[in-house]
Design a protein around this ligand. Structure first.
Ligand SMILES: [Zn+2]
Length: 276
């Protein structure tokens, strides 16, 4: 019985272009949640069209990790909800996962123009793995690869799609909108996007064996540029984290990508802490 993980972010959902649709305290958040839930349901349907016996796990991976409407989600899956948690946006991943799908993902900080481009938090100005610029797409594709799972499909804007294809040649991508700026896009109708996603998800899962997992073998050098020098000061308290030249960059050498992703998650949490 194949095991499939769907990691669902929000900025790359069709119709979503602005923080008022993605932030819990803003006026259009409930609409964003409904669009996100419906789009994830379309992907679940596609996965199960291809593999009716698949065990499907959905990792809610935006903001507080509590945006998907549990009662409206397809009943055939289990939902990984809430944070902080092991493996962050890929909560529930482990060895033996046959395919991973990224839904509603977005481009990295500095890319673009791209809709709502950022990397984990506005407190992060850049992330590099072994010198290569990565965002959430690269970090999570590498984390999936560490556990032997290929990322077979990504949906988001056209820039996010290109970002995955560069890292995982052969992966399917569905551009549900064309970026016109950080908060502007030309988007498919959500219903059209869902039809296309259902088809593409089925096709991608069916040919998962042809898509190699992204592979970064350790040790891995992590560099993170942080907005606030005070966050750098706090980060220096983590064993192994060092300050690079300049006040805003920290480095960490990890044994593998899993360790690196834990440190990135911790740095993002530290960035939310006000110096006391
Ligand atoms: Zn997000």
């Amino acid at each position: 019985m194949p095991k499939v993980l769907i990691s669902a972010d929000m900025e790359g959902i069709s119709g979503v272009v602005h923080p008022v649709e993605t932030n819990p305290d803003r006026y259009d958040y409930e609409r964003g949640r409904a669009l996100m839930t419906a789009e994830v349901n379309a992907v679940i349907a596609g996965v199960l069209d291809a593999e009716p016996s698949a065990e499907v796990l959905v990792a809610n991976a935006h903001g507080p990790f509590r945006n998907l409407l549990p009662e409206d989600l397809d009943q055939r899956v289990r939902l990984v909800r809430g944070r902080p948690r092991p493996l962050g946006m890929l909560g529930g991943l482990g060895t033996g996962m046959d395919a991973v799908l990224f839904v509603g993902y977005h481009a990295r900080v500095g890319a673009g123009p791209a809709v709502l481009a950022h990397t984990m938090s506005d407190a992060v100005l850049g992330v590099r793995l072994n010198g290569r610029e990565v965002g959430e797409i690269g970090l999570n594709a590498a984390l999936a690869g560490h556990y032997g799972a290929p990322v077979v499909l990504l949906s988001g804007d056209d820039v996010a799609c290109a970002e995955l294809r560069e890292l995982v040649p052969g992966a399917s991508t569905v551009a549900v909108k064309r970026a016109l700026g950080q908060a502007a896009a030309e988007a498919l109708h959500p219903a059209v996007a869902r039809d296309r996603l259902r088809q593409e998800a089925a096709a991608a899962v069916a040919r998962r064996a042809q898509i190699p997992p992204m592979s970064i073998t350790g040790p891995v050098l992590l560099e993170v540029d942080l907005y606030a020098p005070a966050t750098v000061d706090t980060a220096m308290l983590i064993p192994g984290v060092e300050r690079a030249a300049g006040a805003r960059t920290v480095t960490f050498t990890g044994h593998d990508v899993a360790e690196i992703c834990d440190v990135v998650q911790l740095l993002v949490l530290l960035a939310q802490v006000k110096p006391g």
